[in-house]
Design a protein around this ligand. Structure first.
Ligand SMILES: Nc1ncnc2c1ncn2[C@@H]1O[C@H](COP(=O)(O)OP(=O)(O)O)[C@@H](O)[C@H]1O
Ligand SMILES: [Mg+2]
Length: 265
């Protein structure tokens, strides 16, 4: 039995409850519900425009649902501003890499570590001893993550000069540096070649196993999701189309129809 299977039956780490999002007249999400359990890799799939990024942005608090609720360990996250989700253990990457291009790899990762240890610069400056202590724990954390993701050789390189695949790894490092309980990944395979996608899949699985992470993997392409997810939720036109194991979802007639009907699979 996998860790995720063992966790079934216990209360969910994250619960999405009947979430809808309306932009002007467009219903981007329409009453979507699902649970995420500790240790799971949950794949969220669907054709372009299905509502994946909208849901992702609700989880990272960039969008406010029009109705419904999102609970982390039983507590609603909807009153929490986006810059304070790291504190409750939600870490994210962006669909298009969003690093500080002129900072080094190390400094980008340091920003991630700080988002957990210090939420307020002024209160930090009033607690200098505490800051110094936390600064050294930040350094340890940054070194550990750089080593874990094999980024030590480029630690002092400015991010903008690195290949796209490496930049994506830096983004992952930045998210991990805040020690999240849940890692939200929006189309991490986008722009990567076949070999890089395979390496990434392996890495995501390792992160789950070694670091006891729970992962929400948003992917437009089915291949990566089907090879690493324990559980898959399929969206189409803002609604949940199907949910189950990768094999169940892949065989679902509605899912097959939605993907065949889209030009961009
Ligand atoms: N900020 C926004 N303003 C207006 N419409 C949006 C916005 N974001 C997404 N949408 C619309 O919501 C729907 C779902 O989009 P999105 O969540 O980006 O889908 P996906 O990530 O699955 O491709 C689409 O019809 C899209 O045009
Ligand atoms: Mg998207």
């Amino acid at each position: 039995m996998t860790q995720a299977q063992l966790a079934q039956g216990t209360s969910p780490l994250l619960a999405v409850r009947n979430v809808s999002v309306v932009f002007g007249g467009i219903v981007a999400l329409n009453g979507v519900s699902f649970d995420m359990h500790k240790g799971q890799i949950l794949g969220l799939i669907g054709p372009n425009g299905a509502g994946k990024t909208t849901l992702f942005n609700c989880l990272s608090r960039l969008y406010q649902p029009s109705s419904g609720d999102i609970l982390m360990e039983g507590v609603s996250i909807l009153s929490r501003p986006p810059h304070r989700i790291a504190e409750i253990g939600i870490g994210r990457t962006f669909q298009n890499v969003a690093l500080f291009p002129n900072l080094s790899v190390m400094d980008n990762v340091r920003v991630g570590a700080h988002s957990k240890t210090s939420s307020d610069i002024i209160s930090d400056s009033l607690r200098l001893a505490w800051v110094r202590r936390s600064e050294s724990s930040v350094n340890d954390k940054v070194q550990e993550i750089l080593a874990y993701l094999k980024l030590e050789d480029v630690a002092h390189t400015v991010v903008s000069g690195l290949p796209f695949g490496t930049q994506k790894r830096v983004e992952l490092a930045r998210a991990l540096a805040a020690d999240p309980k849940i890692l939200l990944l929006d189309e991490p395979a986008g722009g990567l070649n076949h070999e890089e996608v395979y390496v990434l899949g392996d890495l995501i699985r390792r992160i789950r196993d070694d670091r006891h992470m729970t992962v929400l993997l948003v992917e437009h392409h089915m291949g990566l999701v089907m090879s690493i997810a324990d559980h898959v939720v399929a969206l189409n036109f803002g609604k949940k189309l199907a949910e189950g194991t990768p094999a169940q979802v892949q065989a679902d007639p509605d899912v097959i129809k939605a993907y065949l009907g889209s030009k961009d699979q």
